[in-house]
Design a protein around this ligand. Structure first.
Ligand code: G3P
Ligand code: CA
Length: 354
């Protein structure tokens, strides 16, 4: 099912004006994104292969495993705070149904934007689940058990302070990779999440392309607005990444000029990894779709998502997780990737360099 935030109008109707693709493109990754060699490992929702996604524990674990960047998906509360959570509803990763049984909307969902931060902080965060036959069923059955231990929702500021604190205490320079979730939904609800996120970034010193931040969005209109209006207004100029989802962006991205258009407002693309590979690929004969080459030709970095070790997540053209990493990092030639398993990806890159 396509999530609401991905139901965005495509950028095809936008008129490209006034920007030099090359100027932005050449500045992408000029500084501040040095990872494992030239490749960066982005901890997708933290060490989410091992601990409930987007918890402080999962972020600390991913940091310790050697991620170059930690990802934050961001949504807004009723009292205009930004929290780190994948969805703009709470249903699949918290016990909201038990704590606030009467606060669902007519569609049966519990929306973050209907709760204050203080209320959200009373909830427990648990491993992602679906309701099947009336039972909470984990999405990944061999991951952290449902309902064990105690995890909480936290703010964007708290996570930045964790990462910056660890950078100080370890001497490392790990970056942040925030995603603005559902900007159109937030706007309908009267909130400008993009502006609020930029204010936090500026407060914590992420203001220039040389700073260790990539700001991502699935919504091209919103990313262009951030580039054209909000960043200049805030006196900022940070790296932007256009996320791509096959159902919404698949046709558009195949069109001539689409990559050139993205390069007028973004520094990189973040496609679902399947978009980089031809469907005819088989084990031992993987063909690139050409998207990575096209993006690179415009100076855009390519950071696909999401690499997982579970058998169900390994496509039929790869033998295993190691093979999958080899295909994307060294055959397709991506510049980095989002993974639930930072440790295994760090180990792969270290071994590959030996
Ligand atoms: O932002 C990259 C990747 O996280 C996109 O997918 O749905 O996990 O946010 P999603
Ligand atoms: Ca994300």
């Amino acid at each position: 099912m396509i999530k609401f935030y991905r139901k965005v109008r495509l950028l095809g109707s936008l008129i490209t004006i006034g920007f030099s693709a090359g100027l932005l493109a050449n500045s992408a990754l000029a500084d501040g994104a040095v990872g494992h060699g030239e490749k960066i490992i982005i901890a997708h929702r933290g060490a989410s292969g091992y601990l409930p996604e987007h918890t402080i524990a999962a972020k600390a674990m991913a940091y310790a495993m050697g991620a170059d960047y930690l990802e934050q998906d961001l949504v807004m509360t009723k009292d205009n705070r930004i929290i780190v959570l994948h969805d703009h509803h709470l249903d699949q990763v918290t016990n909201v149904r038990d704590v606030f049984p009467n606060r669902a909307r007519k569609d049966g969902k519990f929306y973050v934007i209907d709760f204050t931060l203080a209320e959200l902080e009373t909830l427990s965060v648990i491993e992602r689940f679906e309701i099947i036959d009336g039972q909470q069923t984990p999405v990944f059955k061999d991951r952290f058990p449902l309902g064990k231990s105690q995890f909480k929702i936290h703010t964007f500021e708290e996570e930045i302070e964790l990462i910056q604190g660890l950078n100080r205490s370890t001497g490392k320079d790990v970056g942040i990779y925030p995603e603005i979730k559902s900007a159109a939904f937030h706007r309908q609800e009267g909130k400008d999440i993009s502006l609020a996120v930029l204010k936090v970034l500026k407060t914590y010193g992420y203001t220039n392309k040389s700073d260790k931040v990539f700001l991502q969005s699935f919504e091209p209109f919103e990313l262009k607005r951030i580039h054209d209006e909000l960043l200049p207004q805030m006196g900022m100029d940070i790296k932007l990444v256009q996320l791509l989802w096959p159902a919404d962006h698949g046709d558009w991205i195949k069109q001539k000029g689409s990559i050139k258009e993205i390069a007028t407002f973004a520094d990189g693309i973040g496609p679902k990894f399947s978009m980089l590979v031809d469907k005819a690929s088989v084990v031992g004969n993987v063909k690139a779709s050409g998207l990575a080459t096209r993006a690179h030709s415009k100076g855009l970095v390519v950071h696909p998502y999401t690499f997982r070790t579970e058998k169900s997540e390994i496509p039929n053209y790869a033998e295993n997780y190691t093979d999958l990493l080899n295909i994307f990092l060294f055959q397709i030639g991506v510049d980095g990737l989002f993974t639930d398993f930072t440790d295994k990806t760090v180990k792969f890159l270290e071994t590959a360099r030996e």
